[in-house]
Design a protein around this ligand. Sequence first.
Ligand SMILES: *[C@@H]1O[C@H](CO)[C@@H](O)[C@H](O)[C@H]1NC(C)=O
Ligand SMILES: *[C@@H]1O[C@H](CO)[C@@H](O)[C@H](O)[C@H]1NC(C)=O
Ligand SMILES: *[C@@H]1O[C@H](CO)[C@@H](O)[C@H](O)[C@H]1NC(C)=O
Ligand SMILES: *[C@@H]1O[C@H](CO)[C@@H](O)[C@H](O)[C@H]1NC(C)=O
Ligand SMILES: *[C@@H]1O[C@H](CO)[C@@H](O)[C@H](O)[C@H]1NC(C)=O
Length: 487
Amino acid sequence: MKGVLLVLLVVAGSRGGQALGRGKGGRSTQLPPPPLPEGEHLPPERWFNQTLDHFAPTDNRTWQQRYFLNATFYKPGGPVLLLIGGEGPASPAWMVTAQPVQLAKKLHGYLLQLEHRFYGKSHPTKDASVENLAYLSSEQALADLATFTQAMKQHLGLTANKWIALGGSYPGSLAAWYRLKYPHLVHGAVATSAPILAQLNFKEYLEVVRDSLATVDEGCNVAISRAHRDLRNLLQERKGWSIINKEFRLCTPLDGHNRFDVANLFSVLAGNVEDVVQYNRDNRAFEGVKGTDITIDTVCEIMMNDTMGSYYIRYASLNSLLLDVAGEKCLDHTYSSMVKELKSVAWKEQCRAWLYQTCTEFGFYQTSDALHQPFGYEFPLQFFTGQCQDVFGSRFTEKVIRSGIQRTNTLYGGYDLKVTRVVFPNGAIDPWHALGVTTDLSSGATALFINGTAHCANMYPASPGDPTQLIQAREQILALIQQWLKE
Ligand SMILES: *[C@@H]1O[C@H](CO)[C@@H](O)[C@H](O)[C@H]1NC(C)=O
Ligand SMILES: *[C@@H]1O[C@H](CO)[C@@H](O)[C@H](O)[C@H]1NC(C)=O
Ligand SMILES: *[C@@H]1O[C@H](CO)[C@@H](O)[C@H](O)[C@H]1NC(C)=O
Ligand SMILES: *[C@@H]1O[C@H](CO)[C@@H](O)[C@H](O)[C@H]1NC(C)=O
Ligand SMILES: *[C@@H]1O[C@H](CO)[C@@H](O)[C@H](O)[C@H]1NC(C)=O
């Protein structure tokens, strides 16, 4: 899931924490911001005095949390539409375009967006040291939403209004959980592309990638699988290592005996395809999101083009194309440089915070452990759980991660989530639907499974090329909210 919307477009080729968006876009649940209509100006950032620790009555420390609002469409009596921030900077673009604005216009709603603690400019502590990250959790984030809702009701005179939560990806889960834990504050929720089951080994991710590629041509998976076979052969001898260095544009020479570097290389290369699939045809061409014209079709055209050379050469061409689009000269494949970057406690490192949440609450590791997928088996679960220890310290063992995940599912219920007035839109192409709600949980917790769309597609601005089922999904979401507002 790459936030509410987050675009982590960071830099280095290697991706830490896996669940996270890094490298050329990364694989967190993040939802990148929508394109901004021309001439539109953005609302200014605002600051809310927030409690640091909601669960320690004697701790009175506070910090400044960023939020945005747009009251242009509001008419007295209309709902408050609260967009929930996630694992990246909150973008004010969502306050002037896309689904929130479409809904606000039709419902005469008041738009608010609260940035998630520890992301963007919402810094509860001096830095992101392990001690300080103890204040980062979905429970604290939900309590932030509750405190914010209470205060804004008073401050903006919205006490009698009905509040509807919106979120995509991890914030989609927060939207559903907000309704679960604070039903007196939030009347309904649209939980888009929300993974609601925490799971250590998210090996199904690559299976959905495989299925999504197969919707173009099964030959595409065969070609990727052959490219991996080629790569494994090249790894056998030093001569092969230098071929990989050159063709895959590695920043530093490959040491084929370093299993961490090899794991990271395979994981990053799989990530090239994962990113394209997760965001296939999403309308997000603005604010630094480049290469949105690169789709599943592009990947398969390259992988299945016999005139472009052997399989690994085609895989290398895809890698080069993505490096060029990201404006990167070379691919940083070493495990040590990834860990070094993730260990930095400075605020610039968003991925560190999400990695922490995966290590303590969610897992979600997109491993190569599924048998029937074309990306090889070089990045198993241990490669990811090891990152928790290497980045945060030896206390963060697999046992600790497992108990954190169990705790999350105990807190929220996993698929036994008991909520009403929540809708769960998911896209069939999006790998994250594998941990989402794709059939109704109950009459009040309904699934909207959209054939052919990717991560959070329904949250982006409508475009003329939208498939009928996506247009219908948007209409169904609006109709459901309209119905909830009468209840
Ligand atoms: C935030 O709230 C606390 C406690 O109510 C108060 O002491 C502090 O001055 C406030 N800070 C700001 C910047 O308003
Ligand atoms: C916060 O707690 C400390 C220690 O209990 C106390 O000295 C201080 O006055 C409190 N500050 C506020 C704003 O309540
Ligand atoms: C609210 O959104 C509308 C539509 O995009 C825009 O014209 C207006 O300037 C926005 N208002 C604020 C305060 O940003
Ligand atoms: C295959 O690659 C060649 C050489 O790059 C290119 O000219 C041709 O258009 C490609 N064919 C397809 C079907 O994409
Ligand atoms: C989904 O869409 C594809 C192509 O548009 C179509 O072939 C398939 O039958 C659809 N599946 C369902 C369940 O509607």
